[in-house]
Design a protein around this ligand. Structure first.
Ligand SMILES: Cc1cc2nc3c(=O)[nH]c(=O)nc-3n(C[C@H](O)[C@H](O)[C@H](O)COP(=O)(O)OP(=O)(O)OC[C@H]3O[C@@H](n4cnc5c(N)ncnc54)[C@H](O)[C@@H]3O)c2cc1C
Length: 447
């Protein structure tokens, strides 16, 4: 392997972009991954349908298109014609089988205005009146804010109904953890900056959201699934002479003592490879468990929850989020019969009801029980289900993880090793793209 200038460890989205950067600099590159294929948390699952079968994403399925990052990457890759936009982007919050509503305009469930008429259907009048008072008093001091969870800040400024019915379902659906477990400054730094400037949480939400549509709506996918973009990137890298080796666990960096190294693994894998002492905060990462179901239902043809739903913890359901895949993506609905549907359920809540270690059959039973209630349909017939488990896949944003990651980066710099990955850039593909562009400066790699 000594014949390559650079070794990239990890063929997830971060590692693939690092390989493009290296080739762009004229380096010869080898990419190693312990898995059997590229993509990391971008993978596929094959679901049986009337027509035969369809492959859909089993991990990340869309990109945030906030800012210019995604567009620039698409231009660099020349894949603009493959970008797919959701057919519907009107996800709901399910608070109970009776109470389902659209997410009001705002930021992570924090409404941009307390006068939004949609709030009257969601929040009691007494709670709305209280929120108007609470959000007008002077904000807490900076050090008090630094110690607060998202739920504590929202409760302080707007009251607990806003936490339970709006903010917690949105945060749990996006970050996999409850708003009660996440430090607000580490998770939503832009919100804190704007809150300190405006002195009001709703004004901060309004300033950050601007005229952008509802949460989750500013996204794009890829024709046939995001996993196909990974296939495309891998094929192009191969054509550029990049060598890939799968099923290859790297356990010692000394193996590459004469080569440049890019580490694009998880934080725990990076900590082990650098032989750094472990830290308790690393153990607290978030598992993600999905059940993808192929079902038949005429009532679902009316797409009762739009593109899907975020489900509040107080509902008692194990489902914390669900995506009606054929409602969201045309490339999926095109392949299905008129009463055929594909639905993705994200299951389990830390500290309440975990899905980790729960047998597939038990998860399927929960999905069968909860799906009719959540979607409000009675004629749903399950044809097949698949479980996808992603252990410790998402980072719980915290000061501890941030500090450990900073310490690891300093260590890497001293050794001359490049490190990248979502533990540096944050959960999500957009962070990885932005980080890639920062490392590239103004250069553009025509890939
Ligand atoms: C269920 C789910 C849904 C998601 N949905 C979205 C979404 O819709 N939109 C979005 O923006 N983000 C989403 N995310 C987050 C997003 O998928 C990740 O932030 C991103 O894919 C991380 O990419 P990465 O390359 O940094 O890490 P990874 O994808 O984790 O890649 C790391 C790679 O390193 C390899 N590796 C680790 N250790 C070693 C070793 N010792 N030797 C060799 N190889 C090693 C691993 O096998 C892996 O392939 C989702 C995540 C999950 C779990």
């Amino acid at each position: 392997m000594n014949k390559f200038d650079r070794v990239v460890i990890g063929a997830g989205f971060s590692g693939l972009l690092a390989a493009f950067r290296a080739v762009g600099r004229g380096e010869t590159v080898a990419v190693f991954d312990s898995a059997t294929s590229a993509g990391g948390l971008i993978q596929q699952v094959e679901m049986p349908i009337n027509k035969g079968s369809i492959k859909v994403d089993s991990g990340a399925e869309s990109f945030s298109i906030a800012g210019a990052g995604f567009e620039r990457l698409v231009n660099d890759l020349g894949v603009g014609d493959k970008v797919a936009y959701p057919s519907r982007n009107d996800a709901r919050i399910v608070n109970s089988s009776e109470q389902k509503y659209k997410i009001p305009h705002g930021y992570f469930g924090i409404p941009a205005s307390l006068n939004d008429v949609e709030l009257d259907e969601i929040i009691s009048k007494a709670a709305l009146d209280l929120a108007r008072k609470l959000d007008s008093v002077s904000p807490p001091k900076s050090d008090e804010l630094a110690a607060m969870t998202i739920a504590q800040l929202v409760e302080l400024r707007l009251g607990s109904e806003f936490v339970d019915k709006l903010v917690d379902p949105v945060i749990a659906g996006i970050h996999g953890s409850s708003a009660r477990d996440l430090n607000v400054r580490a998770t939503l730094p832009a919100l804190i900056a704007s809150f300190q400037e405006t002195g009001s949480l709703t004004e901060a939400a309004s300033a950050l959201r601007g005229n952008v549509d509802r949460p989750g709506s500013a996204v794009a996918g890829y024709e046939g699934g995001v996993f196909r973009l990974v296939e495309e990137m891998t094929n192009r890298l191969k054509q550029m002479g990049v060598h890939f080796e799968f099923d290859r666990v790297v356990s010692d960096l000394d193996e590459f003592s004469n080569q440049k190294i890019t580490l694009a693994t998880s934080l725990v894998a990076a900590q082990k490879l650098f032989k750094l002492p472990s830290d308790d905060s690393l153990e607290a990462q978030v598992d993600s468990t999905l059940v993808i179901a192929s079902v038949e239902s005429n009532q679902l043809n009316g797409l009762p929850l739009g593109s899907g739903a975020l489900v509040s913890a107080s509902s008692g359901y194990m489902t914390k989020a669900t995506t009606h895949l054929n409602a969201k993506w045309k490339w999926i609905s095109n392949d299905l019969a008129s009463n055929e549907h594909l639905i993705r359920f994200s299951l389990g809540r830390a500290r309440r009801e975990s899905a980790i270690g729960v047998a597939d059959e038990e998860l399927f039973e929960r999905v069968r029980l909860e799906a009719s209630d959540i979607y409000g349909v009675s004629d749903i017939r399950f044809k097949s289900m698949r479980t996808v488990r992603w252990p410790s896949a998402l980072y719980r944003p915290s000061e501890e993880v941030k500090n450990f990651s900073a310490q690891l980066q300093t260590h890497a710099e001293n050794l001359g090793v490049e490190v990248c990955g979502s533990f540096i850039s944050g959960n999500g593909l957009l962070g990885i793209i932005r980080d890639h562009h920062e490392r590239m400066g103004n250069e553009s790699v025509k890939i």
